[in-house]
Design a protein around this ligand. Structure first.
Ligand code: FAD
Length: 320
């Protein structure tokens, strides 16, 4: 059976959930091989979980400065593996780093790039399923040249366990000059508290212009915290200075696909929908019954978010 390379996303010795989704998606195409690029000892910590999600092989690309040079070492390692192993496809997460890796890798290997897949099919070649124009259409596409490089939207595929052998194979991290042209000198997390990362969260609570002011955004945060959710914002909320830009959901913000998306005071413009329409369950609170968000909401409340959200928060707290 042909092998499918999956780039492992990990942080502080922990695998990001999206990697399990990629391994699950890879199984529709062939045998998943996980590629771990990190400092020495990283793969040993991750191996067991990778095996649990069906990784038949784990390529261990470790070097003490592998994480010090942005994404270039990952591209170097994947490009070398594409040349040596001729996989059927390379899957990376459609995260900020993953998108950059995917673009660079496709350019480097002269391959077709399939972006933002929400599903993969293996019959008759590698087919990416994509949700476009704010979720209005589902399209299927295939690369016509090279080894398809596919970026998969976090939350697009549901992770399912399957045991794999996780046989280790050590590969070199090429120490190219290009990789060393940029060096990371420090990393400071911007997200405060214990909230999950927006694109990884299984619940997202977002606020829009309807929140009305930065100091009122705590109504959104309180509901999010009661649910263990990440906080998101519409562009109008970001542009009005209510919430920082890195939390923007939508066409020009982050794309999320959580189990539950709660939209508070968001009208549901197509550019916002583009970033959240593939959420499994959508709940909207808006005082305008005609707001377009209700067209895609599974549950809607026509009402003032400042009356509804605190009641929801209390109710969730009571059930804990
Ligand atoms: P509004 O459209 O102003 O809606 C506010 C809503 O809140 C209204 O429906 C109102 O009824 C409701 N409301 C008001 N007060 C209350 C209350 N007390 N209780 C309950 N409901 C209340 N937008 C994004 O979000 N993400 C993007 O990435 C993005 N990218 C864009 C890219 C381009 C090229 C362009 C042109 C636009 C983009 N936009 C994006 C902007 C988008 O078109 C909308 O303007 C934006 O999504 C509107 O945000 P909103 O729903 O918060 O505000």
């Amino acid at each position: 059976m042909s092998e499918v390379l999956v780039l492992v996303e990990h942080v502080d010795g922990e695998i990001k959930k999206v990697t399990f989704e990629l391994l699950t998606a890879a199984r529709a195409l062939g045998e998943p091989s996980a590629v771990v690029v990190g400092t020495s000892g990283t793969a040993a910590k991750l191996k067991e979980s990778l095996a649990q999600y069906g990784a038949e092989k784990v390529y261990v690309a470790e070097s003490d400065d592998a994480t010090g040079y942005l994404v270039t070492p990952k591209v170097d390692v994947l490009a070398a593996l594409v040349g040596a192993k001729s996989p059927v496809a390379v899957l990376v997460a459609a995260t900020a780093d993953g998108k950059e890796v995917a673009g660079r890798l496709a350019a480097r290997t002269g391959s077709g790039l399939l972006v933002d897949a929400v599903g993969l099919e293996g019959e008759g070649g590698v087919t990416a399923v994509q949700s476009i124009f704010g979720g209005a259409f589902t399209v299927k596409s295939q690369a016509t040249t090279g080894t398809p490089v596919v970026s998969v939207r976090p939350g697009g595929v549901e992770a399912a366990e399957a045991s794999g052998a996780a046989a280790e194979e050590v590969v070199e991290v090429p120490a190219t000059d290009a990789a060393k042209a940029t060096r990371i000198t420090g990393v400071e997390p911007i997200v405060g508290g214990d909230r999950p990362e927006l694109t990884e969260a299984s619940i997202v609570v977002s606020g829009g212009r309807g929140v009305g002011a930065a100091e009122k955004f705590d109504v959104v945060e309180k509901l999010a915290d009661s649910l263990g959710a990440a906080v998101g914002a519409s562009r109008a909320a970001v542009d009005s200075g209510y919430y920082p830009a890195q939390f923007q959901v939508g066409q020009t913000g982050k794309t999320v696909s959580p189990q539950l998306y709660v939209a508070l005071g968001i009208s549901g413009a197509i550019q916002h929908r583009a970033g959240m329409q593939t959420s499994k369950t959508i709940v909207a609170v808006n005082k305008d019954a005609e707001a377009p968000i209700f067209e895609i909401a599974d549950f809607g409340v026509v009402g003032d978010l400042f009356a509804v959200a605190p009641q929801l928060t209390d109710e969730v707290a009571k059930r804990k």
